[in-house]
Design a protein around this ligand. Structure first.
Ligand code: EPZ
Length: 420
């Protein structure tokens, strides 16, 4: 397993270019299973989760050719409709093949994704919606077994709560359903809209994606298509916080600031100076930031995937801040590691009370999930001395060329091999 070593207290300065969104590439890759054809995807982030999804598509009979950030997917006759535990256990987003396989093949067998460090992560809402569309769904030996005779039926589905991959799974399945499906209380994330745009290029009839009511008129077949993946708003936010926590001057290129409004508002409230253009944002902060309160919410609220990184920033802010995690039930595992670095944080239920200090001290810490790892990286950039982050495979799941991009901004960061 690799570790990352960071020598802290170095101000970041320069330009960084954002990659495509992991959480858009994953459903978009899964959606290629909806029909035979060839699909050329560009701006695809070369991260572990995307390679895992590509492996799953290959297992299911597709061919995936990767040239830099260009993925060409060729889907022929379905060779299998079973997503095995060996693959699903490494990436819960594998559940995104359930809707496409069921819609196209009339059956699907997908291993139940386990929970993870941030919560139980059930998929009950995905399954209830498919049952409403006429599928027979059962759980057998840890697998979801779904079947439908003929086509799925269009239905009016109101999600109990906003689920991103639940919305994506059902939107994909509804593309080939007989009749119209209306999704109410749908997730509004930009990645949902990016997927809908790709599906509509292929002949789907989806309207309302990006709002909380999405209407899908079923068609009998889709065709091939090309697509450029939308920039990653969470990677963007991570570099914004890296610039702020080191009191630097960082220009972020090829991003979508309009997808980051909630974070930008909080950074401004804390005193960072932001210059926003259509596809770039510059952050400067040469003084200690003010403490601000944050509550995570479904999009367009403050993203839960930025909660840990924001908490790292608040450990050095002036005053107390209350950080409330309202999306996942246990997404404070990074608190323990930040406390090892000298952060003053106390947890009350789903609230973390952070009292800003003047300094963090570098320490050996352990990554536990993708965004908690990112939090430890940004904390290490500002901390006194050396921070050693173990189990960085978590980071590799969702951040492309992290060391290279941060080194390009002046960080002193390198990867070391650890004895197994
Ligand atoms: C997506 O996960 C993202 N992953 C997550 O990003 C992100 O944190 C999350 O949305 C919230 O924004 C991908 O897009 C691949 P949810 P998802 O269904 O779809 C509950 C990252 O770091 N729920 O929107 O799995 C669930 O437990 C990852 O990139 C049910 O109860 O999240 C949670 O409390 C981490 N039943 C809430 O809804 C269900 O059937 C939101 O989860 C589905 C969800």
């Amino acid at each position: 397993m690799d570790s990352i070593l960071i020598q802290g207290e170095r101000r970041l300065d320069g330009v960084v270019r954002i990659s495509g969104a992991k959480n858009s590439a994953l459903p978009i890759l899964a959606s290629t299973l909806l029909n035979q054809g060839t699909f050329t995807l560009t701006n695809v982030p070369r991260v572990m989760d995307v390679f895992t999804m590509s492996k799953l598509l290959t297992h299911l009979g597709a061919a995936v050719d990767i040239q830099e950030d260009r993925f060409t997917v060729s889907v022929k006759e379905a060779q299998s409709f079973a997503a095995p535990y060996e693959l699903v256990k490494t990436m819960r987003a594998s559940v995104l093949v359930l809707g496409p396989l069921l819609a196209r093949c009339g059956e699907a067998l997908v291993s139940l994704p386990g929970g993870c460090a941030i919560g139980a992560r059930p998929i009950n809402l995905h399954l209830a919606a498919l049952q409403q569309m006429g599928a027979e769904v059962s759980i057998e030996h840890g697998n979801v077994q779904a079947r439908v005779n003929g086509r799925l039926k269009g239905a009016r589905i109101c999600f109990d709560l906003q689920t991103v991959t639940g919305t994506e799974n059902i939107m994909m399945a509804a593309c080939l359903a007989d009749g119209t499906t209306v999704l109410e209380n749908a997730a509004r994330e930009p990645e949902v809209a990016d997927l809908a745009q790709f599906l509509n290029k292929r002949g789907a009839r989806i309207s309302g994606a990006g709002t909380d009511v999405i209407t899908i008129e079923g068609v009998t077949a889709l065709h091939g298509g090309d697509h450029e993946i939308v920039p990653d708003r969470i990677e963007t936010g991570t570099y914004l916080i890296a610039g702020a926590i080191t009191r630097g001057d960082v220009q972020i290129e090829r991003c979508r600031p309009d997808h980051c409004e909630a974070l930008l508002a909080k950074l401004r409230e804390a005193g960072a100076v932001l210059t926003v253009e259509k596809e770039s944002v510059r952050i400067r902060s040469d003084a200690r930031l003010k403490a601000v309160d944050v509550k995570t919410l479904p999009y367009p609220g403050f993203p839960t995937d930025m909660q840990a990184q924001m908490m790292a920033l608040m450990t050095l802010a002036d005053g107390p801040s209350v950080i409330t995690e309202s999306v996942f039930e246990s997404r404070f595992i990074h608190v323990l590691e930040l406390q090892r670095m000298g952060a003053d944080i106390s947890i009350e239920g789903n609230h973390a009370v952070v009292t800003g200090n003047e300094r963090l001290s570098g320490a050996p810490v352990m990554a536990s999930d993708l965004r908690a790892s990112a939090c430890l990286v940004v904390a290490g950039l500002a901390a006194e001395g050396e921070t050693r982050i173990g189990r960085v495979y978590h980071l590799d799941r969702g951040y492309e060329r992290l060391e290279e991009k941060l080194s390009g901004l002046g960080a002193k960061i390198r990867r070391v091999k650890e004895a197994a």
